[in-house]
Each structure stands twice: as C-alpha cells, then as structure tokens.
Design a binder for this molecule. Structure first.
Ligand code: FES
Length: 104
C-alpha cells in the first residue's frame, strides 16, 4: 500500500492507501466516492476516468492507443485524463493526486 490523494466529485480531498501491483482502478472502485469501473478494467467503459494532477502526470507510464481513443470521445476529456484501469500502481507512484472525473 502507498498513499495517494483522491479528490472526489464534490472537490473533497481524501488521503487513501492504494493497492500496489494492480491498477489504480482497483483502489478507486472500492471507495464510496470512487469510480464504478463497470467493465472491470477492460478499457471499454471509461467509468474509471480520472484527472491526474500536472505534477503527477509525468510519473505515470505513457498513455496507450486504446486508452487514448476511448478518452478523447468523452465530453470531459482533458490532457490530464487517464483511465485508472490502465494505470498500473506501485510504490513509485506514492503521493500522486487524482480527481474523479464527472459521470458521463
Ligand atoms: S474500468 Fe472500464 S475503462 Fe476502465
């Protein structure tokens, strides 16, 4: 486990212990204010959409083609958008800050 900051849809910040060795989505979908992650991480629903803070973004592995294709179709897409199911989380990402994107 490693600490991250999650900002919910009401703008409230939460310090969360994130699971390592799995996708970030696995932590976020367990939170009451987190992501529903309806497709279970198959990169097909985009309900795990988060915005990653600028300072944290460069610490993540680069976005891949399938993820980008799905993200750019969203109304709420921003350059800081990521699908949390496509972000593998480990201790090197401790301290990142993500915001749960609006429901679409
Ligand atoms: S959980 Fe469905 S795209 Fe990430």
């Amino acid at each position: 486990m490693a600490g991250i900051v999650v900002v919910d849809r009401d703008g409230v910040e939460h310090e969360v212990e994130a699971k390592e060795g799995v996708s970030l989505m696995e932590t976020l979908r367990d939170l009451d204010y987190g992501s529903p992650a309806i497709c279970g991480g198959m990169c097909s629903c985009a309900t795990c959409h988060v915005y990653v803070d600028e300072a944290s973004l460069s610490r993540l592995a680069p976005i891949q083609g399938d993820e980008k294709e799905l993200l750019v179709e969203l109304t709420g897409y921003k350059p800081s958008s990521r699908l949390s199911c496509q972000v593998q989380f480990d201790a090197s990402l401790a301290g990142i800050r993500v915001t749960i994107a609006p429901d679409e």
